[in-house]
Write a protein that binds this ligand. Structure first.
Ligand code: P6P
Length: 335
């Protein structure tokens, strides 16, 4: 049974005993966690809080923004800009980076986030979440530029998400395994409920949007077809399928019980490498999955090794149970 300690105590001990978290990074994580608590409260209000429905505006991705997308983005900006731990932020909901205003002290960290991932599920009461990734500002950088964010996923110093579902759960890594904290609404604080999270190397559960099947590349068609053939097919076992259309929820399930998640490149928009964004979706989720013993590739290469070229660039994603990811990647590489 995991000892029930608060997120604050966990971070203090990681800082003091393990030397993994400098004080400014501890502050950053606590501020993000507090912002997620506020987002959770707004999400939980639903129709009672006039937060549902469209904001009648589009984001940089060309997607219609929900009111809660904008609320969550504003909560994260306002919570983080004054603390002195950040130099700048970047968000799925903002075209360009947000440099911390000169009226506040500048810090050494860069924070990226998808403030509310899966927002198409908001109006139908299905789990959604906030995803975040932390980088260090390059040494000597005076004013922060977009190019300072373009670091591979291996450069992350912290990554995590908060899933707003039946429980509100913060999932975090600082490079020493994965820990989960459940929001105790009576105390008003996140409490450690799992640590050293481990994903089984094998699975019988895949997550993909099957409606896109006719658009997939051959290796993905082959992999899914073999899963669907079940016990009588080449895999010799039956598979189950899940697709929540909320990456945070699908990844959380995989961290809890294994599985493989695929959002591959497809022929609908061949000029795009995939649907999901590298910097603030695929990279933080890939680090969490690897820290839990899983694997994450774009079908051919380890996602964390990819060198970003644009802030909002997209990537094909195959992540989860190690042996399944290696199989899908092998099919792409002609094995
Ligand atoms: P589709 C949500 O919009 C998201 O970015 C991810 O959270 C999710 O995995 C995916 O898109 C769902 O995409 O095409 O199935 O609606």
């Amino acid at each position: 049974m995991t000892q029930r300690i608060s997120l604050t105590r966990y971070l203090v001990e990681q800082q003091r005993l393990e030397g993994h978290i400098p004080p400014e990074l501890r502050l950053l994580i606590e501020v993000v966690a507090r912002a997620c608590k506020r987002i959770s409260q707004a999400v939980n209000k639903g129709a009672l809080g006039d937060v549902m429905g469209s904001a009648e505006s589009e984001n940089v991705q060309g997607e219609i923004q929900k009111k809660l997308d904008i609320i969550a983005n504003e909560v994260l900006i306002e919570a983080n800009e004054w603390g002195g731990h950040l130099a700048a932020m970047a968000s799925e909901e903002m075209d360009s980076i947000y440099a911390v205003p000169n009226r506040y002290p500048q810090g050494e960290y860069l924070l990226m986030f998808d403030p509310l991932d899966g927002s198409s599920n908001i109006d139908v009461n299905v789990s959604i979440g906030t995803i975040f990734s932390v980088l260090k500002k390059p040494e000597g950088a005076q004013s922060v530029e977009e190019s300072d964010f373009l670091q591979p996923g291996t450069s992350q110093v912290a990554a995590g998400y908060c899933v707003y579902g039946p429980q509100t759960t913060l999932v975090l890594t600082v490079g020493d395994g994965v820990a989960m904290f459940t929001l105790d609404r009576e105390q008003g604080s996140f409490v450690l409920t799992e640590e050293n999270v481990t994903i089984p190397e094998d699975t019988q559960e895949f997550a993909i949007n099957m409606s896109n099947m006719r658009h997939w590349d051959e290796p993905v068609k082959r992999y899914i077809d073999e899963c669907l053939q079940g016990k009588e097919g080449p895999r010799g076992k039956n598979f189950n399928m899940r697709w929540i259309a909320s990456m945070v929820a699908d990844v959380h399930r995989i961290l809890c019980r294994g599985g493989v998640f695929l959002y591959p490149w497809d022929k609908r928009e061949p000029e795009k490498a995939g649907k999901l964004r590298l910097m603030y979706e695929a990279n933080p989720m890939s680090w969490l999955i690897e820290q839990a013993g899983g694997a994450s590739t774009n079908g051919r290469q380890r996602i964390l090794d990819l060198q970003p070229t644009k802030l909002h660039e997209r990537v094909s994603v195959v992540l989860g149970s190690k042996n399944e990811v290696e199989r899908v990647t092998g099919y792409h590489c002609g094995l």
